[in-house]
Design a protein around this ligand. Structure first.
Ligand code: HEC
Length: 201
């Protein structure tokens, strides 16, 4: 008789019944703490994504290779670009010159001179008449192909020319260009090789 009035777990005819009971408080607290610390962990590890590298890039080393080059490298890259579009048409992108069109810049004594005055006179004022390059006479003309370039751009071109194709000579600065440009003044006279040899190197 007392069995039949039991409140829990028995319908009275021997069958077990499910009842509800609240989840223990500690499970809720532990679950919340786990979720919270898990979130913090993922956050501080950026979900295992590199916080500096996003798709489509794969590594910081790869990204580094896309950064603008600094200092000397940047000047050479700029000089090469300008050379190829302004000078290379005649002197060749290999600096070897072209028969009947322009003498070589590779190995040229004009390019590799210690001082840069005569060298700067060439693109700033042009060349007219005979000029000896590597023991060979050229008797053509070159217009003042570099006169329209900025001081820094012409400096970059000549720095590139002086350190390419086996050439090894010092840097030309924007200030070098500025001072020779000022000496030449407003009416540049294209000169022959002999005339330029009379100027200080
Ligand atoms: C349209 C063709 C042409 C272009 C473009 C040209 N040059 Fe020349 N360059 C010549 C010719 C031709 C001579 C030889 C001139 C002569 O015989 O009087 C020469 C001579 C020279 C020389 C002296 C000789 C030597 O070979 O070292 C230098 C240096 C030179 N050029 C540099 C440049 C630079 C720098 C540029 C670009 C800013 C340039 N040239 C663009 C045709 C060109």
């Amino acid at each position: 008789m007392s069995d039949e009035t039991k409140p829990c777990c028995s319908s009275g005819n021997g069958e077990p019944t499910a009842t509800r009971s609240t989840a223990p408080m500690w499970i809720i607290v532990v679950t919340l703490v786990l979720l919270f610390t898990g979130g913090l962990f993922l956050d501080s590890h950026s979900g295992w994504f590199d916080k500096n590298v996003y798709a489509p890039y794969q590594s910081s080393a790869q990204l580094e290779s896309f950064q603008p080059k600094s200092g000397a490298q940047a000047v050479l890259a700029r000089g090469k670009g300008i050379y190829e579009s302004v000078c290379g048409i005649c002197h060749g992108s290999d600096g070897l010159g072209k028969p009947g069109q322009a003498p070589p810049l590779a190995g040229s004594e004009w390019v590799m001179a210690k001082g840069v005055k005569r060298l700067l006179h060439i693109p700033l004022a042009g060349v007219a008449g005979v000029i000896q390059v590597g023991g060979k006479d050229w008797n053509m003309n070159m217009a003042a192909m570099g006169a329209a370039l900025s001081d820094d751009d012409l400096a970059a071109v000549l720095t590139y020319v002086r350190s390419s194709w086996g050439n090894k000579a010092g840097v030309v600065t924007g200030d070098d260009v500025k001072s020779v440009r000022a000496e030449i003044g407003k009416s540049p006279q294209p000169m022959s090789g002999d005339q330029m040899m009379k100027m200080p190197e």
